[in-house]
Structure formats: structure tokens, C-alpha cells
Ligand binder design. Sequence first.
Ligand SMILES: Nc1nc2c(ncn2[C@@H]2O[C@H](COP(=O)(O)OP(=O)(O)OP(=O)(O)O)[C@@H](O)[C@H]2O)c(=O)[nH]1
Ligand SMILES: [Mg+2]
Length: 319
Amino acid sequence: MRLQQILRNASKFRAVFDFGDREIAHWFPGHMAKGMKQMKANLKKVDCIIEIHDARIPFSGRNPLFQESLDVRPHLLILNKMDLADPSSKQKVLKQLEKDGVENVLFTDSLRQIDDSIKKIVPLVTELIESRPRFHREEDTNYCLMVIGVPNVGKSSLINALRRTNLKKGKASKVGGEPGITKAVLTRIQVCERPPVFLLDTPGVLPPKIESVETGMKLALCGTILDHLVGEDIIADYLLYSLNRLEKFSYVEKYELGEPCDDIQNVLKRVAVKLGKTQRVKAITGVGNITITMPNYTAAAYDFIRAFRKGELGRVMLD
Ligand SMILES: Nc1nc2c(ncn2[C@@H]2O[C@H](COP(=O)(O)OP(=O)(O)OP(=O)(O)O)[C@@H](O)[C@H]2O)c(=O)[nH]1
Ligand SMILES: [Mg+2]
């Protein structure tokens, strides 16, 4: 697309997203407090914490409770789903995290058969653990790590990737496309033989309070909150707003829109037509009842969001 056209379009886009008077308290289910309690109870068996977050939102939505309650061990931050994140932002992210005091950071793609960053995890963790006293665990020759993070960021997938990489073994932890797949702190899963490294998988835990509606919306877009709690329609609209803001216009070609557009109804109409997501509805008119074909906006919104989560609308940095 020509630069001039992009600039012309840019002036048509919303500068800010209107969240209305959305109440986000009900987006966060109650069972998360239980997960946090289980994690704390298991802490004394743990030598190192691996916190996983989504690489598309390296600063938004990391649970501050993790720092407060679980910050007593060496800590490694893994920014996963790097295959969906904009690679050009990596250095900037690292610099900012360093300023915030986060030193040990790796970017991973847990679904890749072989990922060089995943190969680095065991050596890095071993080094971190050995560089400090292990207190009451001094006599234990096994290393035990706890994997924590908000829902659906790939905690279980990372555990499976570590097993694949270090043990050449198959899946041990259940993975799913929705938040809330892992329900409880599991038993120890071995991920490496030499040194013997074990991991505890944990259920995703969202912060009890989200700093802003926008943070909540980013978390929703990345699939960490159940879609229906937030509403597919508003997630789709926030997605469109974000793609335009970041000038990621591949949706235009994918849905044959002709040019970028900031009106979600228009976009969803095109998505529905393109994918054949239409529904027949009865309409009462002056001359009697007729059946008309309408775009199925909810199905289209769902498809638009799913395409984004599969990486089909481009790699983004939402923060
Ligand atoms: N594109 C991409 N998808 C990933 C990656 N890692 C995990 N996923 C997908 O993200 C979804 C969630 O993965 P899980 O491993 O179940 O995430 P989790 O953090 O254990 O989720 P909960 O147990 O629900 O908290 C699944 O659909 C995975 O296939 C990654 O690096 N890249
Ligand atoms: Mg899980």
C-alpha cells in the first residue's frame, strides 16, 4: 500500500478507543484466589520461578501478586508466543524490562518443534539457582521450578516443549485454546535428566485488580479472559482499532475491503460475506412477513478475533 494512502487513511482512524462505562470486575472469576493459595503452599519446594507472559503484551497484565508473594526465588521471565509478536520491538522491550529490574528474560515459541530459546532455559535456570544459597533445599540434588502466569499464555505448552527438547518425550500437561485449562497445581513433571529438573505446572492466575479497562481489553484480545465475559463484539472492535493504530493492514487484503476502515460493523459485514457467515431472519414489513439474509456479526467477530490469534493478521506489539 502506498505511503500517501496510508497517511490519508491514518487521519480517518480513531485516536483513542471509547470503552464506554464498562465494568471489568466481572471479567475475573473467583477460582483464581484458590490457585494463588496452592502456589504459595508449594513454594517451599521450589528453587526458581518461571513466569510466562504473552510477548505481545510484555508490560500489561502481569500479575503484581506474583511479585509480591512469589518473589523470593530466582526469577526468569519468559515472553512466549513470540511467533505472534512483532520482532522489531524486542530490543526496546528488553531495555524497558531491565529498567524495571527484570534481568532474566527469554522470548520463546513453545509450539515450534525446536526453539533455540527453549534450549537455553535449563542451563540458565541451573546457573541462577547455583549462584545463590538454596537454604533448606541444600541437600536436594533435584531442581524444582514453578511455572506461573496469567491464563492461556502457554505455561503447559512450555512444559511440553521442555520435555520435547531435553527428554525427547511427549506431552505431560494438557494444553488448550481457552483460558482455564490447567485447574490445579500439578504433581512434579520431569523436564530434564541431567541435571534432574522438575516443574510444577499451575493454573493461570489473573490479577485481582486490573489497572485499566484498556489493560483488560489487551488481556482479552490475547485470549487470557474468556471471550464471552468481555463480549466478542467489543474485542473485535478493539482489535480493529489496534491494527489500524499499528498500521497492520493485512486484514484489508484478507477480507477484500479495498482500503483500511475504522468502522467495525463495515469490516464484520465483509468478513461475514467473505466467509459465508450469514443468517436468514424473518422481518415483518407492511406487505407481510419476508425472510432476509443478514450478516452474522457475532460469528464474523469470532472469526476476526480467531484469525488474529492465529497470527493471520500480522505480528503485533500491543503495549
Ligand atoms: N502461536 C503460539 N501459540 C501458543 C504458544 N504457546 C502456546 N500456544 C497456544 O496457546 C494456547 C494456550 O496454551 P496452554 O499451554 O494451554 O496455556 P496455559 O498457560 O497452560 O493455559 P491455562 O492452563 O489455561 O492457564 C494453546 O492453544 C496453545 O496451542 C506459542 O508459543 N505460540
Ligand atoms: Mg495450563
